[in-house]
Design a protein around this ligand. Structure first.
Ligand SMILES: [Zn+2]
Length: 352
């Protein structure tokens, strides 16, 4: 007979692969179940769980170095109750998944060792299974989970990524030294000259293209393809102005901007530039990344343009629901409050 543990975990892994959601808790659950499967594949005997520390899970789910995760952060983010609620929600949301576990007769469940307090006593987290009881009991159980200390959904706390963890693009490396750029330095002035030059070129292209269009009938030996080539420069000039010049020009006023083209690494889909003053009151631009965990769906919140639905130029948008899970961004307090649609009640969204 097939090991029941193995059956349940394999089914869960399959369901996570079939219905991938890019949320923090789904990543955590996948990491836990995959760890169990790795262990089970080698032993045919009874189930012996593969226990993971909270730091391990947090670091893997976030894709960061384990050594940079403090035990306090891991403790706050990896809560067994919350993981079980999310696991139940995932199973409930996929009818196929629900049916599959019903057929097996067992459900997966997240378990943790009880921590005894002290600094050296780590809490370990793993997964086990439990027999499916009758349904009413289950519903009563999950209702208790949901009403227990639920996080505040109306506000979030942002995290700033360490400069050392950001992979800079080639263009950034040209100007930024270790992810930082002093504006009043050789490289800073070089970048400003480049910025001004690109702005001048933009204006020249626009004026020149305009003249060519206006004087087309006067210019006898000017061929049509040449005229078209000049007209084609207009969108290029516009793109340069809109996505390269303007973001950098606004940086001193907005203090934080999305990294414009060339600055963002092609392999990394989210980069921000922040400007701050050092102890000598000199402006320094720094490549960084602001993220938060969406309290509604645990997806990643990153900075994005506020337009067209928000007044602020920069807001935090959830990758999974960018127009519903919207939060403000305050770089000094690193906090944000819910800005979603007016009639959108957060509690309704969660079905509370
Ligand atoms: Zn969300």
């Amino acid at each position: 007979m097939k090991n029941i543990h193995l059956g349940v975990f394999e089914e869960l892994e399959k369901q996570f692969l079939n219905f991938p959601r890019n949320t923090f808790y789904d990543h955590c659950l996948r990491i836990i179940v995959e760890a169990q499967l790795n262990k089970l594949k080698y032993s045919d005997e009874g189930f012996e769980p593969n226990k993971l520390s909270r730091q391990d899970i947090y670091a893997k789910a976030r894709g960061v170095n384990k050594n940079t995760v403090s035990s306090q952060v891991a403790k706050n983010k990896i809560k067994t109750d919350r993981l079980n609620v999310e696991l139940e929600k995932f199973i409930e949301s996929q009818p196929d998944c629900k049916q599959a576990f019903k057929d097996i007769g067992y459900l997966p469940e997240v378990i943790s060792s009880v921590s005894e307090g002290g600094a050296k006593n780590k809490t370990y987290v793993w997964m086990s299974i439990r027999a499916i009881e009758n349904e009413e009991e289950q519903i009563a159980k999950s209702a208790v989970f949901e009403s227990e200390d639920y996080e505040d959904l109306s506000s979030i706390t942002y995290e700033r990524k360490a400069t050392s963890e950001i992979k800079p693009s080639l263009f950034t490396k040209l100007f930024f030294k270790k992810g930082e750029l002093k504006i009043l330095s050789f490289r800073g002035i070089l970048l400003m000259i480049l910025l001004m030059l690109s702005f001048l070129v933009d204006i020249c292209v626009a004026i020149f293209a305009l003249l060519v269009i206006l004087l087309l009938s006067e210019l006898q030996n000017f061929k049509l393809w040449q005229a078209m080539l000049f007209v084609a420069f207009i969108p290029v000039a516009y793109l340069n102005w809109r996505y390269f010049f303007m973001p950098l020009y606004m940086l001193p006023y907005h203090r934080v901007v999305k990294a414009p083209m060339f600055f963002a690494n092609i392999n990394v889909d989210n980069t921000d530039i922040e400007m701050y003053r050092n102890k000598d009151k000199l402006n320094i631009a720094r490549i960084t990344e602001f993220t938060a965990t969406c309290p509604i769906c645990s997806g990643v919140i990153e900075l994005a343009k506020g337009k067209p639905d928000q007044k602020q130029p920069l807001v935090g948008r959830c990758r999974e629901a960018p127009h519903a899970h919207v939060y403000s961004f305050d770089r000094m307090t690193m906090r944000g409050c819910f800005l979603g649609m007016k009639d959108y009640s957060v509690n309704n969204a969660l079905g509370l």
